[in-house]
Design a protein around this ligand. Structure first.
Ligand SMILES: *[C@@H]1O[C@H](CO)[C@@H](O)[C@H](O)[C@H]1NC(C)=O
Ligand SMILES: *[C@@H]1O[C@H](CO)[C@@H](O)[C@H](O)[C@H]1NC(C)=O
Ligand SMILES: *[C@@H]1O[C@H](CO)[C@@H](O)[C@H](O)[C@H]1NC(C)=O
Length: 320
């Protein structure tokens, strides 16, 4: 991470402070997004599915100290979101939808708390996808840092698939719903960010994330989801695909996240067992879709995003 601290020594102290602050922030509304584990697995799944051109581009964009491993930096956007210079990225991790509406409408919901349009995770995914699509054209705008665009995109695709990141406004995506997870204190948002995954690692995988990741990857190539995987990644029009992914999340949040849960509850096996496969599927989908987006963005045959050019999209994005 050292190459990411652009301000020298002050930044080092400052980031220690930020880390401390980040711990404090776990206690206050609006936590992190998929945990480290969730983001890492999403990015590992994606990187393994890259075609040669995209794999090459990703390798070129990553700083040398991560040895070509995208997943090593997929939590970076969580680490810098409270830095002064990156405060604008804070609203890009989630979407607040109207309480109990259980749907997502871009024009109604994609804004920050001051009403700035597009400042939400759906707008961010679109933004950074569009920035990256200029990379192979060699027309990349110097205002944009392509390394950062890659890291932001990789992270925000993960967040977009964490169901409680597309949650209700009043409870801040479940952050203010305090409860017990087995025997310790937690909140509903954090249950989906991390508790379910940690419980699975503890109960079934001897706390080894590699084993859990292998199971998820096995189910993508030759298991419970293998028939659906092509359709997950398929996309004719990026903005409608992003809206679809956000809609899936809020639908899951309503049906499996919020339903039957109240502040003060204690959640255990009855909650954990049916939801683990959902969490695993969202991580798999996030990974497959991140790969598909990067494969399209970095393909030399790909055209620019529809917002920039009005060509017929179907010709080049037909299903394979
Ligand atoms: C792009 O961003 C990264 C991470 O913040 C930074 O280390 C790098 O120096 C930046 N590159 C340019 C060309 O500004
Ligand atoms: C898009 O990215 C640029 C920086 O690269 C940023 O200034 C802008 O706020 C971003 N907008 C969204 C919606 O992410
Ligand atoms: C995936 O595969 C493993 C074993 O191959 C299995 O134990 C696991 O429950 C499967 N399901 C999901 C949703 O990952």
């Amino acid at each position: 991470m050292d190459s990411y601290r652009g301000f020298g020594r002050f930044a080092n102290y400052f980031s220690e402070f930020v880390l401390l602050l980040a711990f404090v922030c776990i206690l206050v509304p609006r936590a992190q997004g998929w945990s480290k584990e969730g983001h890492t697995m999403t990015c590992r799944i994606a990187q393994a599915l890259l075609e040669p051109e995209a794999a090459e581009a990703v390798k070129n964009l990553l700083p040398h100290d991560v040895n070509g491993d995208l997943s090593a930096l997929c939590v970076w956007p969580d680490q810098i979101r409270h830095w002064y210079r990156y405060r604008w990225t804070s609203p890009l991790h989630f979407i607040d939808t109207p309480d109990n509406a259980c749907n997502f409408e871009y024009s109604r919901d994609c804004h920050d708390e001051h009403g700035s349009k597009d400042m939400c995770v759906a707008g961010a995914v679109q933004n950074f996808t569009s920035q990256l699509s200029h990379y192979t054209e060699g027309t990349s705008d110097r205002r944009y840092n392509m390394t950062e665009a890659l890291l932001f995109l990789s992270h925000f695709i993960g967040d977009l698939h964490q169901p409680m990141h597309i949650g209700f406004t009043t409870d801040r995506g479940g952050n203010t719903i305090d409860l017990r997870w087995y025997r310790h204190k937690s909140n509903l948002h954090h249950v989906w960010d991390r508790e379910i995954l940690l419980q699975a690692l503890h109960d079934y995988y001897d706390k080894d994330m590699e084993l859990l990741l292998q199971d998820i990857q096995g189910n993508i190539t030759d298991g419970v989801w293998s028939d659906d995987v092509t359709s997950w990644g398929h996309c004719d029009d990026i903005s409608s695909c992003i809206n679809k992914y956000a809609t899936e999340s809020i639908n899951i949040a309503c049906k499996w996240g919020y339903k039957g849960v109240e502040s003060g509850d204690t959640l255990t096996e009855d909650y954990f067992l049916p939801r683990l496969p959902i969490v695993e599927k969202r991580i798999a989908q996030g990974g497959v879709r991140l790969a598909a987006i990067l494969n399209r963005a970095f393909s030399s045959e790909s055209e620019a995003q529809p917002a920039d050019h009005h060509k017929n999209k179907r010709a080049s994005h037909s299903p394979t």
